[in-house]
Structure formats: C-alpha cells, structure tokens
Design a binder for this molecule. Structure first.
Ligand code: FES
Ligand code: FES
Length: 218
C-alpha cells in the first residue's frame, strides 16, 4: 500500500538529514562513485579516488586523441574514452608486459606504476592516465640490464609459468620504494594485491628480501 503523505514527508526528512550529516548530497555521491568506478585499485594497498573536475567536458563516445607518457616516451593514439590503460598499452603501443588475466581489478597481473604508485591498469581509463608518468615492466629493465628486482626474481626462482611475474615485479618495485627495509609480514601484506596461480609466493618474498638487503628496490 502507498505511504500516507505524512509518512512520505517523514521519510524525505530522514533522507535529507542523513545526507547532510555525511556532508554529501546524493548528486555529490553519484559524481564521486561514477568516477571512482574507473579509479585504479592499488596493488596491495588502498584505492585511489579520482574526482572529476567540476568543468569536465563530455568526451566520446567516439575516438578522441590521447597522449600518454610511458617509460619516459610520448605515445599518441585515437582511442574511445572507454579504453583502459591496459588495452591501450597492449593493443595500441605493443607494450605487452602488463598481462590481462581477470580484467576486473583483482589479480594484479596488469600492475603498472602511475606517478610511482602501483595500479591495476585494467581498472584505469587511458584517458584518465594522460597527465601521469606511467612505468611498465618494460621500463624497469631490459634483457642484459635487468632491474635488481628482476634479477632477484631469477636468483630466487620466483616464477614458474611467468604470467603473473611482470605484475609482481612492478608491484615489488613500488613496495620497496615505500618500504626499503620490510619485514616478512610487511612483504606478505604489501604484495597481497597480486596473485600467482603457480604458487611462487615463497620465492617472491625471498626475492623482495634480497632486493631490500641490497638496497636496490628503487
Ligand atoms: S588483469 Fe588487472 S587486476 Fe587482473
Ligand atoms: S608463475 Fe605462474 S601464475 Fe605466477
């Protein structure tokens, strides 16, 4: 049965008071959640909330010019605004180090650095990454001149099939930048945003310890 007018008015008042108590209007809430749905989840850490600028212009749905700074180089492409950073890296720029596994921000295989922070590139829109410095595993080391974290993975047998490894290496680098002298518990917690189906966790933790001891995380 429909609510009586008096009941409806009480309900409305309760809603208004709860939104004013939280300091957020319903419109504010929708704005924030609508944007943060595309915000990156930090590998093993808290999510970043990206707020839309008040004067944000509508982009798309067709292709728009996108310029990205990846591994210190400029990359340009025409992409639909819905394209993720992961898809742009892999399909447009042939940077295939970041892997697509879950494609929904749960496994960490697609981890890259954005302004030095580890993010899931499958959960970031390329268009939102334009003002950031992006580093992929390709930007950390090359065959013949591996990054110390990459070398530590080899030394500690920290990979089997290797599919999760690029994401882990990037996440370990970001973790060591923040925790140069980590405990084992901190390593477990800090890398909990990356999964390995082959179960190489013990080797990964040893690799992080080795790179930390050498003071070569950065
Ligand atoms: S592919 Fe991005 S978190 Fe799994
Ligand atoms: S080494 Fe195979 S999934 Fe991690």
């Amino acid at each position: 049965m429909d609510d009586l007018p008096e009941k409806k008015s009480k309900k409305r008042k309760r809603k208004q008071s709860s939104s004013s108590q939280s300091g957020l209007s319903r419109r504010d809430f929708l704005k924030i959640t609508g944007v943060s749905a595309a915000a990156p989840l930090m590998a093993g850490a808290a999510a970043i909330a990206i707020e839309a600028p008040a004067d944000a212009a509508i982009q798309g749905p067709g292709k728009v010019p996108i310029a990205l700074n990846i591994n210190g180089k400029k990359y340009n492409a025409q992409l639909e605004p819905r394209v993720t950073l992961l898809d742009a890296l892999r399909d447009q720029f042939e940077l295939t180090g970041a892997k697509r596994v879950c494609d929904r921000g749960t496994c960490g295989a697609c981890t890259v650095l954005m302004d030095g922070k580890a993010v899931y590139s499958c959960s970031v829109l390329a268009i939102d990454a334009q003002s950031k410095a992006i580093t992929t595993v390709e930007g950390l080391g090359q065959p013949g001149s591996l990054h110390p974290v990459q070398q530590a993975f080899i030394d500690n047998d920290a990979q089997q099939c290797g599919f999760c490894t690029p994401g882990f290496v990037v996440a370990c680098k970001a973790f060591l930048d923040q925790h140069p002298h980590p405990t084992l518990e901190e390593i477990k917690h800090g890398l909990s945003g990356n999964f390995c189906r082959c179960g190489t966790y013990a080797g990964v933790r040893l690799a992080v310890m080795q790179a930390a001891k050498a003071g070569k995380g950065a």
